[in-house]
Design a protein around this ligand. Sequence first.
Ligand code: AMP
Ligand code: MG
Length: 517
Amino acid sequence: MLNFDNRFLRDLPGDTDRHNAPRQVFGACWSPVDPTPVAAPTLLAHSREVAAALGLDEQAMAAPEMLAALAGNALLPGMAAYASCYGGHQFGQWAGQLGDGRAILLGEAVNRQGQRLELQLKGAGPTPYSRRADGRAVLRSSIREFLCSEAMHHLGVPTTRALSLVATGETVVRDMFYDGHPVAEPGAVVCRVAPSFTRFGHFELLAARGERELLQRLVDFTIARDFAELVTGAEPSLAAWFGEVCERTARLMVHWMRVGFVHGVMNTDNMSILGLTIDYGPYGWVDNFDPGWTPNTTDASSRRYCFARQPAIARWNLERLADALAMLTPRPVELAAGIERYDEVYSSEFCAAFAGKLGLCEWHHDDADLLEELFELMRQAEIDMTEFFRCLASLDIDNPAIDVVQSAFYRDDLRLRFSAPVSRWLTRYAARVRQDAQPAARRAARMNAANPRYVLRNYLAQQAIDRAEQGDTQRIHDLLDVLRHPYVEQAGCAAFSAKRPDWARHRAGCSTLSCSS
Ligand code: AMP
Ligand code: MG
């Protein structure tokens, strides 16, 4: 059974008002709030790896008390339910208090290895931070969050995890296109799991309100609980800790860029202090390589959060965090070193990641040029990012022929038009690879370990959603299985690596999504 030790509640002040109504909450980091029970919960899927990390076997997952807890209908012994208070910059503007409007924390489970894992229900009903919304989530976005957080983990990308996906048996009304056509959709609750759900916005809100003392407490708490490895004797300086946050964020951005993930809503309230991918909403995966692509319809005109801008936005978000922390130090300039560390780590990790994707033993200065040229070709020729990098491993470097990457093109006309420049690039690339004098099999193995065969393409998630909405969850399980080993070619799984089909190019859910979830 789960063993809880709820430090966030114990060490940080909570809201004294127990009334579950929207309000501004001052002088507190959390508000007590119980999940709102649902009519007829069913466990649609769970992650056996996350269950195992929590020490839960299949029998424990199948217990009725577990289902009740994962649906928000009851608490298990040791659980305590609360919503946390944070603010954030949304689309570049300070938005004031936001908070867990549809997330309810259930406490911190400590597993047998002593690892602390927070459990959080998403979609379990309103909290004091729900503002005018209902605190609920629809099945489609819950499936997307459940599958993608597990897929990201198996890709090696830092992320919050998902323990379970529960259908509520109730409907939730959403106006998916914001066009005045609300529809009753099936509802669901996901149980998310992470060492910490603390966001940049937790610190920003306290700073914006001038709650200096509480801000210092939250920083001390975060360092002690979530960055214990930094505490060697004395507590690290504020700047040292901020530098660590910057480094983790830089590494995360490199991961997103290397796998072609676009978060879609990189507001500061959606930035994890641990450098995890958090809050899967209108995210998407790059199909044809398009640096300007965003899956988020709300962002379609300004493209603030498009694929290529993610590293710059993360940096901007870190600057907002630095602004918030500045009131805690007489020498705020020291925080600038963290931003520099972000730049350095991003560059070096990016080079290392793309050296891996290209199968190079090490990154040479001129390789940046080679990669830039490739990106430009991929963009113009509308080449599928995942397919191209995966196929590149099969290139015969003594006889580089375009055939191996034929399947990465979406359009025949562009394939013909760009066949000469792509061939020239392959020749140049082959010459570069030959410099490394690396056995071909070694290069291919390294590339296959860096270039996933399977990612949660937008249309694949949508197919699983379409079927689940008809009551058939098989696709969710199939995807979970395949995405468990994204770098390994799996027999009979061609359908899960296929490029986006034509029908999916403009279909909602397959190419673009709204925040309405
Ligand atoms: P997001 O864009 O999902 O990161 O959400 C931004 C803010 O809106 C957060 O404070 C959320 O908790 C809140 N929010 C989003 N959807 C809902 C909902 N259905 N009910 C209550 N609050 C919500
Ligand atoms: Mg959020």
